[in-house]
Design a protein around this ligand. Sequence first.
Ligand code: 3H9
Length: 694
Amino acid sequence: MQADTLVTSARDGDIAVVTVANPPVNALSQPVRAGLQRAVAAAVADPAVGAIVLRCDGRTFIAGADITEFDKPPMAPVLSDVLMEIEAAAKPVVAAIHGTALGGGLETALASHWRVALAGARFGLPEVKLGIIPGAGGTQRLPRAVGVEKALQMITTGDMIDAREALALGLIDAIVEGDLAAAAVAFARRVVAEGGKRPRLSERDERVADARGRSELFAEARRQATRRARGQDAPLRAIEAVEAGVNESFAAGLARERAISAVLKASDQSRAQRHLFFAEREAGKIPGLGPVARPVDVASAAVIGAGTMGGGIAMCFANAGVPVTLIDAAPESLQRGLAVVRRNYESTAARGGMTAAEVERRMALIRPGAGIADVAGADVVIEAVFENTAIKRAVFAEIDRHAKAGAVLGTNTSTLDIDAIAAATGRPDSVIGLHFFSPANVMRLLEVVRGAKTADATIARAMALGRQIRKVPVLAGNCDGFIGNRMLRARGREAERLILEGALPHEVDRVLYEFGLPMGPYAMGDLAGLDIGWRIRQERGLTSPVADRLCALGRFGQKTGAGWYRYEAGSRTPVPDPAVEAIVVEVSRELGIARRSIGAEEILRRLLYPMVDEGARILEEGIAIRPGDIDVVWAYGYGWPVYRGGPMHWADSVGLARIRDGLLAMRREGDPAPAALLERLAAEGRGFRDLAAA
Ligand code: 3H9
């Protein structure tokens, strides 16, 4: 695409209107940068032009640099140079903002002299989410516009602010209504009439002067960034760039920003985070679906089961403004469930996360239902009762009697057979697995599980529904554990071997925590409750020698104050427990296993390689469509560190031959050979990423 078609100029009297039209999000690809440079220079050179309006066609103002260019060598003109020219322009430049001004887009607006926006516009520097920092002056101009503290918060979190806040902070000069282009032209004309002022943020000092030499401000920002984004380089490096600009000068800060930006763009962390950015979007595309009607938003929902999961799922709907009926067979459970939901909202409100009126608005969206007959009006019904096939089948037979034709019937199961549940209804084509992750109102992942008879239209609607309630939906096939829990189980098997061979639970957990996961399998077990797995093992005639013994002692995890760890009263902090160590050692002895010391490197390898192997099987069987889908599941459902890109991306970075060799080395009698897909890719010297491209 040529610069001339992506960036065009028109005249409205004495105002030049420069328009970027690079769908879908007006990213700053090379032709756009070149086009902007040329259009602004031409307008400045035109004696008939008094001021310039910079606007965008389509759904948004510029949403940032073109991320697809990051793997290519830099192409002139670089954005920071174009923006220096815009800021230095001899005529006022007014940015007219709608949609989202993000990253390089916000930097373009900050380099302009004036900024006007529609009330719905939002603003942010989300670069850290891609493992980089703003690279075209954002770390320098934003603090000069909104003050150092606010800028540090925006830059290190990547979170957006709305137009009202932007106006209050001085990030924008006006909120306008109606036709944005016309309003921006009128604004520009006023600027000309009032003398054509061109305030340049690079020259503005007062907001950064306040922070000069205040090292505690930056120390606090570092402390918060380290806690919130443990292991990530970008937020800390962004703080460094801001600090340089505050303590030295705009030019010094800009130079530091540019140097850091170049290093991070080429970093493994950024590569991993960019992979997840695209994988998340790719996961929404389902190849091979027949022609289905474009799903419309659901207007109402029903959730059956008012326990922790059901209540959390109901909150997801209320949070998205969708009325939801919460139903439970036991009236007291329903009341308890509603009270828990209210408490959750009220504690958010107490932390300043929402107003008291908002709590009431959301609670009003959650209606208590009298019985399953109340699912009748719902576009989507989600069953979240006890994890037991017979119980779920009974509930589905009831749902089938009352739900309206065409409703999506979802079961929130983490392991059960979707087909067996669907068969309890006369419409298995409408039944689908909707596996929410706990806490359901917080975790972004939604595993959407297609059964053998699930209709394409049901799949499309379930995926759309996931997006409507702000989840990241990933389609999985029907198997025991689907994508996430199946891989978790592969890891769990090896974790058990590790403790029997010589490692202790807290040593295993520490290795995964240091790798970047929020917790390891033992702390996770204590959080979820060990009795659930115990019951399932009993039903299936399985054993887990140490866990079974803990459960027999009533050690069910956090809820009983003891499990794999012990817990002080009122605390959720796991404390290693000598009693558990004694049990582990005793079980090893009973099984005739000589314990030895096992290092962190071996622990990590033995926990993660089997996950990759299981992931390869999941791909072979078509349970996951793409390796990237597995990565999205782990990043959004299990807290896999985003800067490692998910297990399949990570495996590619390790090298599949090394993983195959490691799996062979740890293989015991009775273990299956590594997955054929893994063997093949390793032998060909390729990675999972090559599958995605194939
Ligand atoms: C940056 O700016 C660095 C600077 O400091 C300068 C350094 C010198 N590039 O999300 P959607 C694609 S870093 C290329 O589904 P939505 C996306 O892949 C950048 N492509 O839409 C998808 O493609 P497809 C900082 C991009 O309405 C399509 O657009 N900016 C980019 O739900 C639609 O995307 C960011 O990080 C891009 N920058 O949400 C913003 N952005 O249809 C990243 C999107 O083929 N973008 N695409 O799958 C977003 O957050 C969301 O896309 C946005 C729209 C909120 C804009």
